[in-house]
Design a protein around this ligand. Structure first.
Ligand code: PLP
Length: 458
């Protein structure tokens, strides 16, 4: 179908996630047609270098034939098997075992979802079941971080601390609370140890304020993704785990973005020997080739839920497509590519090229901060490098950047507060990075050359 005809249908009928409905009616869709390796082609045959892995998920890159074969074979053999009651399928069982093998040792049990939001939602429901099961029904408050993102389920969106996810949705709930983000570039305190100590103290203070008997869990991302790729100091995650253990609240790590090689190891938790009570994941689990997420839990949480009701009372949480066999077959092959296929190793090998490329842009008049871990990184653009003042929202700098970037054939995330987020696929080559950074500098130069932008820079 012609691009213009498709666009008209889209404007009339397709609701887009995280978009202004009216603005989208004006702008219309950007229709993508195909992908190969790190590159996408749009409906008008324009080639684009994807520096965002779709939506931080296509960690393998596009067009991986072995993944396509795994999905096809599973579809031919058994396209669907319920996980309800006592049914199962071979790929789902093998995937559960594989995840237990490659995740932190504390995690022994897996519930499969369709993505990250419902993994967080499942975690919240299981935690509620757990606190009731252990006879502490007062433990109903949840703590997360400012700038945190935990998806958009009806309750989970309240743990997300981004205003657009609350506006007109009657969130956050009175049981949802936030701590300051461990944000080195904009922190009141200086130095890694001081930032970690401030976070731990803010958790202690919040728990004291609410009463430890009323707090169920603390949720966090090892690196805050949608909040602007906020990279806390190494050691922060472990310190938060230990504080949660001491305060007797569950420690839940949301690895939806950071999992599956995005920050180097299979999970960011493994870098610091972090042992969560629960962990959520999605995205890189299937590299976006099929929908799937998961929540993993420790023996302690699992056993309390298991013993929390009489033998014949089911734990009433489920989805038709939980443990979907095609998604599980895809995930098993994607995991093989990360390990035996060398993708994890390639990502680690190229981490210095990525980090160095970002840092080299610090000399650009627009760039105030460059930060990254593994192949997850950001540039923060500021109007004044000395005061770190942001650009006025009326300038709509992020829209300008997105448009110029698209013309230059580069896809990344331009957040509203002028943080540029990058998550290149683990299959990137040195040549892909060279092209990415050449385009990025040209994009920043072109945006800076716009008179309104030049005027706004101090
Ligand atoms: N948690 C985190 C940390 C995420 O980054 C996301 C999505 O970006 C989610 C949860 C929600 O996942 P999904 O969009 O698959 O529902």
């Amino acid at each position: 179908m012609q691009t213009s005809a498709l666009a008209a249908l889209d404007r009339s009928h397709l609701i887009h996630p995280v978009a202004s409905f009216r603005e989208h009616e004006e702008l219309g869709p950007i229709i993508l047609k195909s992908g190969q390796g790190a590159y996408l082609t749009d409906h008008q045959d324009k080639q684009l270098l994807d520096a965002f892995s779709g939506l931080w998920c296509v960690n393998t890159g596009y067009g991986q034939q072995s993944v396509i074969r795994a999905a096809t074979e599973q579809m031919e053999r058994l396209p669907y098997a319920t996980g309800y009651f006592h049914f199962a399928s071979e790929p789902a069982i093998l995937l559960a075992k594989k995840l237990v093998d490659i995740s932190p040792a504390s995690l022994k049990h897996v519930y499969f979802t369709l993505g990250g939001s419902d993994a967080v939602d499942a975690a919240i429901r299981y935690i509620t079941h757990y606190t009731n099961s252990i006879g502490k029904p007062g433990k109903k408050h949840f703590i997360s971080l400012q700038r945190g993102y935990h998806g958009s389920s009806s309750v989970g969106a309240g743990l997300t601390a981004l205003p657009n996810f609350h506006f007109n949705f009657n969130l956050p709930l009175p049981t949802q609370h936030y701590l300051p983000s461990p944000y080195p570039y904009r922190s009141d305190v200086q130095g890694d140890e001081a930032i970690i100590a401030a976070s731990v103290q803010s958790l202690r203070d919040k728990v004291a304020e609410l009463g430890a008997d009323n707090v169920a869990a603390f949720f966090c991302e090892p690196i805050q993704g949608s909040g602007g790729v906020v990279v806390p100091p190494k050691g922060w995650l472990k310190a938060m785990q230990l504080a949660c253990n001491e305060l007797d609240i569950l420690f839940v790590v949301d690895e939806v973005i950071t999992g599956f090689g995005r920050t180097g190891p299979m999970f960011a938790c493994l870098d610091e020997d972090v042992q969560p009570d629960l962990m959520t994941m999605a995205k890189g689990l299937t590299a976006g080739y099929a929908p799937m997420g998961a929540v993993m839990m420790s023996d302690r949480v699992y056993n309390a839920i298991a013993d929390g009701a009489p033998m014949s009372t089911v734990v009433g949480h489920g989805q038709t497509y939980s443990a979907h066999p095609v998604s599980a077959a895809v995930a098993l092959e994607v995991l093989r590519l990360y390990e035996e296929g060398g993708l994890l190793e390639n990502g680690r090998r190229l981490e210095p090229v990525f980090a160095g490329g970002l840092r080299a842009l610090l000399d650009h008049p627009l760039v105030g901060d460059a930060r990254s871990r593994g192949l997850l990184g950001a540039l923060e653009l500021v109007a004044d490098k000395n005061t770190k003042a942001r650009f006025a929202p009326e300038l709509k700098l992020h829209d300008r950047i997105f448009q110029v970037a698209y013309r230059h054939g580069l896809i990344f995330r331009a957040f509203g507060d002028n943080i540029l987020g990058f998550a290149p696929a683990l299959c990137y080559t040195e040549a892909d990075f060279a092209l990415m950074f050449a385009r990025l500098r040209a994009i920043l130069d072109e945006v800076l050359a716009q008179p309104e932008v030049r005027q706004a820079v101090r």
